[in-house]
Ligand binder design. Sequence first.
Ligand SMILES: O=c1[nH]cnc2c1ncn2[C@H]1C[C@H](O)[C@@H](CO)O1
Ligand SMILES: [Zn+2]
Length: 392
Amino acid sequence: MTPTTATTATTPTTPTTATETPPSPEQTLRAPKVLLHDHLDGGLRPATVAELAREQGYDRLPETDPERLGAWFREAADSGSLERYLETFTHTVGVMQTAAALRRVAAECVLDLAADGVVYAEIRYAPEQHLQGGLGLEEVVEAVNEGFREGMRLAAAAGHRIRVGALLTAMRHAARALEIAELANRYRDLGVVGFDIAGAEAGFPPTRHLDAFEFLKRENNHFTIHAGEAFGLPSIWQALQWCGADRLGHGVRIIDDIEVGADGSVTLGRLAAYVRDKRIPLELCPTSNLQTGAADSYEEHPIGLLRRLHFRATVNTDNRLMSGTSMSAEFTHLVRTFRYTLADLQWFTVNAMKSAFIPFDERLAMINEVIKPGYAALRSEWLFRQKGSSTS
Ligand SMILES: O=c1[nH]cnc2c1ncn2[C@H]1C[C@H](O)[C@@H](CO)O1
Ligand SMILES: [Zn+2]
């Protein structure tokens, strides 16, 4: 073992706590962040929804003033039910039916994430939901990809480096999963990094779409599955053991297979042990879970326990518009609730980067060249504070 005396002798006594105390919201904003679970049609700016609706003659919006519209989305999504939460997407999807609208929404998405300190993101959407204006599936994908590229260019010009890839989602109540999986495979290395299924979970098990997952496995492609959000362990079990998902969208109900005794001892069931042992990434979305009723409060959110037990937990936004959230806001809630430090935020971020669907060497370089140096710079800030300054 390496002796520790030398380090203790040179370590100052008081300021070390600067690395152990929770970061400020401003530091959290500057920290590099990785986002694996964010819906394109759940992240529009309220003003953009209102503007696109006006331009396109979409007259079904419940509000036209951007501020009131944003509040409407948050309140309507705050229903305690996933089905009611999903109803709010009628309006965002409703104004995303032209190539120009898709490009704009995609570009703004990248800019908003970049301004929030996100350095890598996988953004998902269901191409089959954007055909009402006459676009074909490929035109939808190309418009979104173009918007992402435009967003990355504009972000870089504004001094924010961000890399974004798309995940193509198939809706679980529909029957186009194989077609969408083939589309994802066609656009692999052309802006699309993987596949997903989403929509109401109860009554629509992932095995309905086994043909799509088997196709992707044969193609050595990647996919995540929304599972263990509104429905519990059987959905997670199917997603992993029947479908072969690389990651779990939410997966928060894995908590149902974990028993905490009165003395604090923890027992994992076979499925929970498998998820932890195999390092299956959990795309946790705390605020979204409070809205759909999957968790009652941040304090009681399973992320606290899952982090302590070293599951491969990641933090995500799910739907920034419906939840009125951002990556920084999600981290800030967790910092307040669990007193997480920069080391904890780095841990979540590295977990997410390890779990991304881009090649291993690129993930590693993002971790070593971008994420770790970013957190190290933030952790060392206390060293440069002026004595006697009000911020020290
Ligand atoms: O959290 C979710 N669970 C299941 N489905 C969801 C969630 N958030 C969004 N969706 C659905 C609604 C969107 O229209 C669709 C594609 O992004 O995915
Ligand atoms: Zn989702």
